[in-house]
Design a protein around this ligand. Structure first.
Ligand code: ADP
Ligand code: MG
Length: 618
């Protein structure tokens, strides 16, 4: 038998490797923009045709390349940015792996034109399928222009995976914006199919923030600024009234690199606690600068996630800095913390807890760790905060069918009932005419055959809806056409998300159609929902869905169903009529698993008669 292992030819190896770095036009845009930044450009122009599918071109006025470098740049692992592994931890450039140009040359038709200030003439290199097809000397302005045509022309499977032009353009704009926010001193422009989309003059961080977020933010940004030897945090948070239902305009940069971090997001959200309601999200642009030795940027193929040497310190700092800013600008005049002067004291920063404490601090108990008194960077949380959370959690969306307050009294009437009257079986087998009591507009107290049960109205309803939607996966749920279709305008990223789950939404009764750029029109909603709040509901749904999206153990549909159930459940705080309470208990009893919600919270508890008796024995 002949041997079967052989080395892949270069162009195939490169194509495979390119899959990691270049997933879509936007990833190429990111790499090319970052190269221009690394080259010290003060002006960077991005041109795309057909959302980058036909053409992506980046023109910079940076330092350019020599004729030899211009060819070598396309070799795999060819970089001018690091030479030893130690360099990895001193990185001040955006790139360092030497993979981008090699990847791009493997999956597009690339043409490079470049000239250094010291050279008379520039160099042209054409490359396709990882093979140089032409080189020559050409007249060229100082700097570099790279154009890549027909992305994935030689990998049809990948090309087929690309989304619609509007979706891909949204991704491009997202990457473009992130780089532009990180380097406000650089002029950036973007044109698409020959049309000007943005041109942003170089300026301060604040000016760039306004260029990106819009003029409305002029008076809406609170400056954040904390400097210590260990790290520096600067940037802006939106005043509480700019908080949105959806998670857009949230940016973290670490050493000028845009990163995604749910963990640090949590720190900011915590700092806003009590200032904005739970279903809203603060906008922020925060720039963290630390010694590069404190971060590992080499943990993610597109470098959007990084690892901090000690992320708990960063967390504490972010939270403290944001709180501090909000307090200083008297957005939150009465915040209870006292770290102002102390935050500068490095002792507290470098050694915030004893070793033991540090080890004990898991993600869940993070808050406790940070709320120990007498530690400089710690913030105490107001006593009633948890209660507030609880309340706001349950009052999610104002629902259109809030019942009239007048009915409250009716449900407070308790009738003495004898236990003997009730059927044997599930504790949820409640006599049809049994008296029910709604407590605090949250709990339903019902006599069961062997004692009493207390049902949590929201959680119970969540279970009912969950099973209903689950069954809808087999047979689509009925839709009611909206009389007045509602238009939904979303951020770029939310629009993509919505497109992604549209089919599943249709399954459970939502009829949503694209309606121009980033806009959608809601034509119909699930038949048994009360209309009037569609817009809010979808926004909230997207938000909850995002929270879930990291959770790989659930399918998209499962996540959606869970979100929907949670969202559409009647809320605690809502008065129910006697009939409604009975109906709820009946549908809960009919569930396959009536005892808990999909996420495992109990829907009701039962107090057995013996137990009740026991409470009253001397
Ligand atoms: P990396 O950025 O990780 O070094 P790339 O493949 O993106 O890898 O680029 C390879 C090399 O090509 C860079 O290290 C740099 O020397 C050179 N280069 C790429 N783009 C430019 C540019 N716009 N201007 C000057 N040099 C560039
Ligand atoms: Mg690069």
């Amino acid at each position: 038998m002949p041997d079967t292992i052989h080395l892949l030819p270069d162009h195939i190896a490169n194509q495979i490797a390119a899959g990691e770095v270049i997933q879509r036009p936007a990833s190429a845009v990111k790499e090319l923009l970052e190269n221009a930044v690394d080259a010290g450009a003060t002006e960077i122009k991005l041109l795309v045709n057909d959302a980058g599918k036909a053409l992506i071109q980046v023109i910079d006025n940076g330092k350019g390349m020599s004729a030899t470098d211009a060819q070598n740049a396309f070799a795999r692992h060819a970089t001018s940015k690091i030479s030893t592994i130690e360099d990895l931890f001193q990185i001040r450039t955006m790139g360092f792996r030497g993979e981008a140009l090699a990847s791009i040359a493997a999956v597009a038709q690339v043409s490079l034109k470049t000239r250094r200030a010291t050279d008379e003439v520039g160099t042209l290199v054409d490359i396709e399928n990882s093979k140089v097809t032409a080189t020559s000397s050409v007249a060229s302005p100082i700097g570099t222009s790279i154009s890549m045509k027909n992305l994935f022309f030689n990998v049809p499977a990948r090309r087929n995976f690309l989304k619609s032009n509007s979706a891909e353009l949204k991704h491009i704009i997202e990457e473009f914006t992130r780089v532009a926010l990180a380097f406000p001193e650089i002029y950036f422009s973007l044109s698409s199919n020959g049309q000007d989309v943005y041109h942003w003059e170089g300026g301060s961080f604040k000016q760039r923030a306004i260029q990106v977020l819009g003029n409305a933010y002029q008076s809406k940004l609170v400056t954040v600024g904390e400097k210590t030897d260990y790290l520096t945090i600067t940037g802006f948070v939106g005043k509480p009234d700019t908080a949105k239902k959806t998670r857009s305009d949230q940016y973290f940069f670490v050493n000028r690199r845009f990163i995604k971090s749910a963990y640090l997001h949590h720190a900011v959200a915590n700092a806003f606690e009590g200032l904005i309601s739970k279903e809203n999200f603060p906008s922020y642009l925060l720039y963290i600068d630390v010694d590069p030795a404190q971060v590992d940027i080499n943990v993610h193929p597109t470098k959007q996630e990084i690892k901090f040497e000690d992320d708990k310190i960063i967390y504490a700092f972010v939270q403290a800095a944001v709180r501090h800013a909000l307090a200083q600008f008297s957005v939150a005049p009465s915040l209870d913390f006292s770290l102002d002067a102390n935050i500068q004291q490095l002792d507290a920063i470098q050694k915030p807890f004893t070793e033991d404490q540090l080890n004990n601090t898991t993600r869940q108990s993070l808050y406790e760790g940070f709320s120990k008194k007498n530690q400089a960077h710690l913030i105490s949380r107001s006593e009633n905060a948890s209660k507030q959370d609880w309340k706001s959690f349950f009052t999610d969306i104002p629902s259109a069918n809030d019942t009239n307050q007048d009915t409250v009294n009716e449900s407070y009437i308790v009738k003495a009932s004898s236990m003997g009257l009730y059927k044997e079986g599930s504790p949820l087998d409640i006599e049809e005419n049994a008296s029910l009591l709604q407590l605090h507009q949250t709990y339903i107290v019902a006599p069961s055959h062997s004692g009493a049960i207390i049902i949590h109205q929201q959680l119970a309803h969540e279970r009912v809806l969950y099973e209903k939607f689950q069954k809808a996966s087999v047979q689509p749920h009925a839709t009611q056409k909206s009389l007045f279709p509602v238009v939904l305008e979303l951020s770029v990223s939310d629009a993509i998300l919505l497109e992604d789950i549209m089919e599943d939404l249709a399954m459970i009764g939502y009829e949503i159609e694209p309606f121009g750029q980033n806009s959608f029109i809601i034509q119909g909603i699930p038949a048994d929902i009360i209309s009037g709040n569609e817009k809010n509901a979808i926004e909230l749904l997207l938000e909850q869905f995002k929270h879930f999206s990291g959770d790989l153990k659930f399918s998209k549909r499962e996540k959606l169903i869970r979100c929907m159930a949670r969202q559409m459940a009647i809320k605690a705080g809502q008065t129910l009529t006697h009939k409604e309470m009975h109906a709820l208990i009946e549908s809960l009893a009919a569930c396959d698993i009536p005892t808990i919600t999909a996420s495992g919270a109990p829907t009701y508890v039962e107090f057995k008669e013996d137990y009740l008796d026991g409470l009253f024995t001397k």
